[in-house]
Design a protein around this ligand. Structure first.
Ligand code: OXD
Ligand code: MN
Length: 598
């Protein structure tokens, strides 16, 4: 089994507690994956897609109550409530552990327990971390096989004494003899707990089988627990894509980017540049672990081994590389099924099929059925190596030239601006967010929902400490050597409520300007909020865009910004109260002064 006594004892403890019928050690082989996939197809838990169209691919349909991450059931359990901070749900470990132990008692009866050793980051890499997930969900085992590096070579490191994060997961649906197992077992909402114990390097998840609630290497480990490890060890665990850019002269740069959901993070990670001679390649689409190395530069590595992407909105126009990525060897969850046993989702094709099986498993007819046939949070799980734009450096820590923060802001924020320095960049990260639109039923239309650093649901400790931790990174290096920090907003609208900027491949024009800035080009004008492009120095070749549109895209209006400053102050007060980090106090103060001067 294993020579590591900590692992051995933990497995025995969980067997005693959860009483599984069988135990399987995940060895990470293709044959083990195929065997389990076949078994699930045979049992009616998964559908094998047409091998001619979508080789080695499966479709799963979840319970309608279990379709996304559940933030209200996600907890940071620290001894002191203060350490979880104002943005997390907190329960004392003294309360939460006994409560969850009661739930876990005999919860794997009638089920097989999978023990999955996994590495976040390439196995044995200096920046990688190890975990072991114990789960009673075969769906989780298959997904973890794609999303992480698993199997014997990880176990070998654990045998040699490597530390690991204990990740315990159960769908929370024990089976009594003769009881029929539903297609997607899970527990009712009030029994779901996605719990993190950063003081013990431990994750306990109960009651959900979906995505980030259950694939514990991803948000739970690589962001919430890792952000704690990173704070202790002096690095950053961030919700960021990593993109490699090669200019027409062959010069290579890497940028990372944090965007709230629905801002096109995966699309940017797989961008096809419209600018001639430019090449973009993907290192990661969701998570970056970043360390300052001896040379003073910040290096980023993708801890994941796969993509767990939203299907909705992914199309030949928005992201052809993603479509290529899911051609084979992919798990789909909650997409629709076509008559020829392939998958379909809204936006996949212009032509909507006449008949589908929807994500509930029911017949769906074009023009007749009322609801959409796929779920808005339907997902694909695909290996990184499927991606045609994957950079050859995807298993390396790469030096970052620029960090992009973004948001969906129809007004106020220009298409692009650069912070004056690293601390000003931290300020920009702290205020990012998206404007609430009519698409959401919300009385706050027009107000901004802040999602600092795109990490609001993922910071595993007190947000004030998190911001202060970012500021300590500057002490490890200097403004000159650290990445330059930018705010991009692809979503500025005109007076007729139309997006002004064409987006997608045209975003390469902005990436070009950003890289020129990182080399100190005189291609900007200074405004109170930072540097915006000098329009004459932005590459707009072969782009049909009016001077008026450009003016709106880069406008920094004093009146609007005075309102924005008021909104930031209100947000800071509501979130941090008297605990506002000094770096943010100073930056806000300086911003006000700069506006006073014009
Ligand atoms: C994700 C998310 O699933 O950010 O990546 O919610
Ligand atoms: Mn994400």
């Amino acid at each position: 089994m294993t020579k590591n006594t900590i692992l051995k004892e933990w497995i025995e403890e969980i067997i005693d507690l959860c009483s599984p019928d069988n135990i399987i050690f995940w060895e990470g082989t293709k044959s083990q994956y195929d065997l389990l996939a076949d078994d699930l197809v045979k049992k009616g838990k998964a559908i094998r897609l047409n091998p001619q169209k979508r080789p080695n691919s499966l479709l799963f349909r979840s319970d309608p109550s279990d379709v996304a991450r559940v933030e209200k059931r996600t907890f940071i359990s620290t001894t002191l409530e203060r350490d979880a901070g104002p943005t997390n749900n907190w329960i004392s470990p003294q309360v939460l552990k006994p409560l969850m132990i009661n739930l876990y008692r005999n919860c794997m009866t009638g089920r097989t327990m999978y023990v999955i050793p996994f590495s976040m980051g390439p196995i044995g890499h200096e920046f990688s971390k190890i975990g072991v997930e114990i789960t009673d969900s075969p769906y989780v085992a298959l997904n973890m096989h794609i999303m992480t590096r698993t199997g014997k070579s990880v176990l070998h490191l654990i045998d040699e004494g490597a530390e690991f994060v204990k990740c315990l997961h159960s769908v929370g649906y024990p089976l009594q003899p003769g009881q029929i197992d539903p297609e997607w077992p899970c527990a009712p909402m009030e029994q779901k707990y996605i719990s993190h114990f950063p003081e013990d390097n431990m994750i306990w998840s109960y009651g959900s089988g979906y995505g980030g609630n259950a694939l514990l290497g991803k948000k739970c480990f690589a962001l919430r627990i890792a952000s704690n490890q990173a704070r202790r060890e002096g690095w950053l665990a961030e919700h960021m894509l990593i993109l490699k850019l090669t200019d027409p002269n062959g010069k290579i740069n890497y940028v990372t980017g944090a965007f709230p959901s629905a801002c096109g993070k995966t699309n940017l990670a797989m961008i096809n540049p419209s600018l001639k001679g430019w090449k973009a390649e993907t290192c990661g689409d969701d998570i970056a672990w970043m360390h300052v190395k001896e040379d003073g530069r910040l290096y980023a590595i993708n801890p994941e081994n796969g993509f767990f992407g939203v299907t909705s909105g992914t199309s030949e126009k928005s992201n052809p590389n993603a479509l290529e990525t899911v051609r084979s060897d992919t798990i789909f969850t909650n997409t629709a099924l076509t008559d020829d046993m392939d998958i379909w989702w809204e936006d996949l094709t212009d032509e909507v099929p006449d008949h589908l099986i929807d994500w509930h498993g029911n017949h769906w007819y074009k023009g007749v059925s009322k609801d959409r046939p796929d779920h808005a949070n339907a997902r694909f799980t695909a290996p990184l190596t499927n991606c045609p734009s994957l950079a050859k450096e995807y298993e390396e820590a790469v030096p970052v030239s620029a960090i992009l923060f973004g948001g969906r802001r129809p007004t106020t924020i220009p298409l692009i601006h650069q912070s004056f320095d690293f601390n000003h960049g931290i300020f920009i990260g702290s205020i990012m967010g998206s404007e609430i639109t009519a698409a959401t039923i919300d009385e706050n239309i027009g107000k901004v929902r802040r999602d600092p650093f795109a990490m609001l649901p993922f910071i595993g400790y007190n947000i004030a400490d998190y911001v202060n931790h970012w500021a300590t990174i500057l002490n490890q290096s200097s403004n000159e050597l650290l990445p330059k920090i930018f705010f991009v907003n692809w979503f500025r609208k005109d007076a007729n409520n139309r997006y002004i900027w064409p987006g997608f491949g045209e975003n390469s024009r902005i990436l070009k300007w950003i890289l020129e800035r990182t080399e100190g080009a005189e291609n900007y004008i200074e405004t109170p909020i930072g540097f915006v492009p000098d329009i004459n120095k932005l590459d707009l070749s072969n782009l049909d865009i009016s001077a008026e549109s450009l003016n709106t895209l880069f406008a920094v209006e004093k009146d609007t910004w005075l309102k924005e400053i008021q909104s930031i102050e209100n947000y800071y007060e509501a979130t941090y109260g008297g605990n506002l980090p000094e770096v943010l106090q100073n930056q806000l103060h300086n911003l006000k002064l700069r506006f006073d001067e014009i």
